[in-house]
Ligand binder design. Structure first.
Ligand code: ZN
Length: 322
């Protein structure tokens, strides 16, 4: 079920009702905001037996797509480092000419395309032919964190849709329907992570984001107390798990952003309103903004594959000199 994102639902509905279905779509948005859910929603809307423009969610086709077992809805598999093997994409292109098994369309989902950093360009060049001249029965849906993952030749031929976060209320009400979590825990997750349903579920299941939230709160506390040693210790502890350091820094930067804007009455979107307040009391808006900029710069260095140890040590040194 796709929560919120009424703009996507309405656009797809209009396209289907008017018989102007796109053959290639690009869905972008942050991790956890429902890109894959939106892709499945579109596949359901296209193939639903009721054909109203919106998936009924109840027919056999809708249920098979939801369960990931519909023979005409195929999801490409990346290898473990996120790259799509070139051969598997060639297979998609050559298999695409074959008519669908049971539906009127064949839908290919190619998720998390931004992670295919090594083969991304090559894969797009292979897909280009199919995207330029798709058979009538083919729909390709690519998802990524941003449009930057794609070549202009692909972007110019695909319909781009951005998923947007749900409101906190939509998120809480959706998580409640899963009958899996306590209301108190749901409220806590939504408070920390806003309307990002994917991240809230990861938090409730005690995945990496849960540790990242705790770390970011501790870092804000250590910074507000001028505790450089504490800061260094938390960051070094993050170093052991893949991705945890980056996620922790992203969440910390949002707290710093909140603290810089707090006196202006800006909306708090980070995982610690308390931390943001304490930082703002100790440093004032201008220095909080510097903290935000410094942390953002170090996130960029991590993305450029700088050594984690170097990032941690230099970041601590810069932050303790604020
Ligand atoms: Zn249906």
């Amino acid at each position: 079920m796709l929560s919120g994102n009424e703009h996507i639902k309405r656009l797809i509905e209009t396209m289907i009702v008017k018989g102007r279905e796109p053959h290639s779509l690009i869905i972008t948005g942050e991790h956890g905001q429902g890109r894959k859910t939106a892709a499945k929603y579109i596949a359901q809307a296209l193939l639903c037996e009721k054909q109203t423009g919106r998936p009924c969610g109840k027919c056999r086709t809708c249920r098979m797509i939801a369960d990931g077992v519909h023979p005409d809805v195929m999801t490409a598999a990346a290898n473990e480092n996120g790259n799509y093997p070139v051969d598997s994409i060639r297979e998609i292109v050559s298999g695409a000419v074959i008519a669908p098994n049971e539906g009127r369309l064949k839908v290919y989902l190619i998720p998390d395309f931004d992670k295919s950093k090594i083969t991304g360009e090559q894969v797009q060049n292979i897909l280009l032919k199919l995207i330029e001249e798709p058979p009538d029965h083919v729909v390709i849906i690519l998802t990524a964190d941003s449009r930057e993952a794609f070549l202009p030749t692909i972007l110019s031929r695909a319909v781009s849709l951005g998923v947007t976060p749900c409101t906190k209320e939509e998120c809480v009400s959706y998580l409640g329907t899963l009958n899996k979590y306590e209301y108190g825990d749901i409220a806590e997750a939504a408070d920390a992570l806003g309307g990002n349903i994917g991240l809230c579920i990861e938090y409730l299941d005690r995945g990496a984001i849960y540790s990242a939230v705790q770390n970011a709160r501790e870092i804000a506390r250590a910074l507000a107390a001028g505790n450089t040693y504490g800061l260094l210790k938390i960051l070094n502890d993050c170093d052991s798990k893949k991705g945890l350091l980056r996620q922790t820094l992203v969440l910390t930067s949002i707290i710093a952003r909140d603290s810089a804007l707090s006196r202006l009455g800006g909306e708090m979107i980070g995982c610690s309103a308390q931390g943001a307040k304490e930082l703002s009391v100790r440093y004032g808006s201008t220095r909080c903004e510097r903290i935000y900029r410094i942390i953002s710069e170090y996130i960029a260095r991590l993305d450029r594959n700088c050594s984690k140890t170097l990032v941690i040590n230099s970041l601590c040194a810069e932050l303790s000199g604020i």
